[in-house]
Design a protein around this ligand. Sequence first.
Ligand code: AMP
Ligand code: ZN
Length: 471
Amino acid sequence: MALRLFNTLKREIEEIVVRDPDKRRVGMYCCGPTVYDYAHIGNYRTFVFADLVRRYLEFKGYAVNHVMNITDVEDKIIARVKSAGVTLRDYTAKYETAFLEDMATLRCVRPHHLPRATEHIPEIIELISRLLARGVAYQAPDGSVYFSIERYRGCGCRYGQLLNLDLDSLRPGERVSNDEYAKEAVADFALWKARVPEDGAVTWPSPWGEGRPGWHVECSAMSMKLLGPSFDLHLGGEDLIFPHHEDEIAQSEGADLQPAGEPFVRHWLHGAHLLVEGRKMSKSLGNYFTLRDLLAKGYAGREIRYLLLSAHYREAFNFTLENLIGARTALNRLDDCVTKLRELAGPVTASPDPTLIESIRTALDEDLNVSAAWAALFDWVRELNRQIAGQTLSAEPAAAAVAAWEAVDRIFAVGAPAGLEIPAEITALLEQRQAARKARDFPKADTLRDTLLAKGWAIEDTPKGPRLKPR
Ligand code: AMP
Ligand code: ZN
């Protein structure tokens, strides 16, 4: 069955039709992080959504070429480089590494390309030169180069493809009277920012003088370099629809590199925000948790991933710690069932039971309906638990169920790793906790349990004694 997703460009759910004549290869670009600080879990909601899209495309047999840019030059970065007194690269390397570690903790498959803006200055300059040559960009008296929305529209191009913009309220043609702006019209945006003293050493030579690229043009230059001037999927958080993605379209289509009749991007996918008490989780509001904040509280990457994947990608949802506890409970139920299935299957292997796989496929094919997918999964768990409890499940169907779960978990990536060895340090902590309980030193026993949780292990007290489970 075909995959259907909501295309912001069409404002409707439509079948994904890729450019490759063999319908196998997919080019996918997701706007990546600005590496000025640790990312918060709102940012990661968008990246986990992109990972789900990639994994699901691969599950369906596509060969995905996945690109995610690293924005490593930008106002906030420059301000921090200056106050930290380090080089740009030294400053951003720390947060880029942290970002990649966080992505691994959240079990996101690493994109095939992670281009850095600072390593694509020649491509950016080339694109800007082309826009100037085509007459849709201009150099202002301060040396900066701007994209002219008025001139772009004058060429018959449409600004406002993703959003029905009220262009009159945007005043595209209005002259800027404020001295602060060198640009011709308020709606124009910078392609190249002329160097100012505050930029310090963060500057590059260009045909227009020293300066640095604007944010929007980085994505156009890097996506077209790695995926071609016209490609299949472009993703990001919904706050990027305007102006960032609208500007990406304008720059890329303004350069007129696409084959006749082809857009810059066929399918635009946008993830809704993660909220906190009804407001967008953001650094500026101060209402955020980094991934590391949550790991320090003892939650595991896969629990956070499950929570971020529990709501439909186009629905805003509120983050709470209670929700995270709910995620843990749900995963425990799943882990217990899979552990029992593995015990029952023993060494027996079988091909995957298609029932679970088919219901997940049906749900995800329709605009990644995760609610239906999770419901199908937990119905399956309930039914298997019933059979396990009734001792009616033999080794072969148990093995087929395990195989089905493993296939599904290549999409969701939330399962507990099978056959994990328990490190000696962890076993020692468990023994100390048992000794504390025996001595009726319950506060100490509880502290040891929390230490184990923080190290990623939960204790389950069973009639046969305590059992350690990875979380
Ligand atoms: P930034 O590092 O600010 O460029 O943002 C990286 C990505 O995170 C972008 O795709 C944003 O749309 C996305 N993003 C930012 N805040 C949130 C949020 N609260 N929920 C979901 N995605 C977000
Ligand atoms: Zn972008």
